[in-house]
Design a protein around this ligand. Structure first.
Ligand SMILES: Nc1ncnc2c1ncn2[C@@H]1O[C@H](COP(=O)(O)OP(=O)(O)OP(=O)(O)O)[C@@H](O)[C@H]1O
Ligand SMILES: [Mg+2]
Length: 219
């Protein structure tokens, strides 16, 4: 996939969307086949090589998964200091810049439990960006949010899509968002990509009956 490309994965429940992201995040191991990201091998690869490749990939989950016992700021500085070897000052500066980007510059000292779901998810996005990923994996990041909080999170993602060259791979049921930001939409069914193309083609002129049926149900 070219750098900066935005791809949306759609398809019915159980079709393998999350599994693909988890494989890329090395949270799952494939039984066979190879996986490369921007030329770096993830599978098969020596542990060291995989770890290096893995550093270039960030993921945001439906359920935020913030460190509950750390402040917002520390959630963002922990991995850059430990994994990337940034100095605490450098990590903190980067964290503050990112919290500014996601509109939470005033909540650095809060604990995750003191934030709304939408705020927690924006922290989770900032935390992923703090690792300077080349590739960002987003798995239904607005699905657990109250409806009125969804727009704020999507705005942040739109911002990232338009102002950075981070490659985004996004599982979402927000079809308007997908239409706006995607270069390509991939339709999954039973573990396979059955159809892919630019959003205007998939959303208005899908070739597969299965795709039309799915979109008919969710749009
Ligand atoms: N390690 C694995 N090996 C084989 N099959 C798996 C593995 N992990 C998950 N699966 C199966 O793959 C299928 C796809 O699951 P997955 O969670 O990727 O679907 P999904 O498209 O994300 O669905 P949803 O929209 O509900 O989140 C499921 O039937 C699941 O049980
Ligand atoms: Mg899933």
């Amino acid at each position: 996939m070219r750098p900066g490309r935005h791809v949306t994965l759609i398809g019915p429940s159980g079709s393998g969307k999350t599994t693909i992201l988890r494989l890329l995040m090395t949270l799952e191991t494939p039984d066979s086949g190879t996986i490369q990201v921007n030329g770096d091998r993830l599978f098969p690869a020596a542990e060291r090589e995989r770890r290096e490749a893995r550093k270039k990939i960030g993921m945001v989950f439906q359920q935020f998964n913030l460190f509950p016992n750390m402040t917002v700021l520390r959630n963002l500085t922990e991995a850059p200091v430990r994994v990337l070897g940034l100095s605490p000052d450098e990590a903190e500066q980067r964290a503050r810049d990112l919290l500014d980007l996601v509109g939470l510059a005033d909540r650095t000292d809060a604990r995750p439990s003191q934030l709304s779901g939408g705020q927690q998810q924006r922290v989770a996005i900032a935390r992923a960006l703090a690792m300077r990923p080349q590739v960002l994996l987003l798995d239904e990041v607005t699905s657990a949010l109250d409806p009125e909080l969804v727009a704020g999170v999507l705005d942040v993602l739109r911002d990232i899509a338009t102002t950075t060259d981070i490659t985004m791979l996004c599982v979402t049921h927000e079809m308007n968002f997908a239409r706006d930001i995607s270069d390509e939409v991939m339709m999954f069914d039973s573990g396979k990509v059955i159809e892919s193309g630019p959003p205007e083609k998939i959303f208005s002129g899908a070739e597969h009956e299965r795709t039309r049926e799915f979109l008919g149900a969710v749009l």
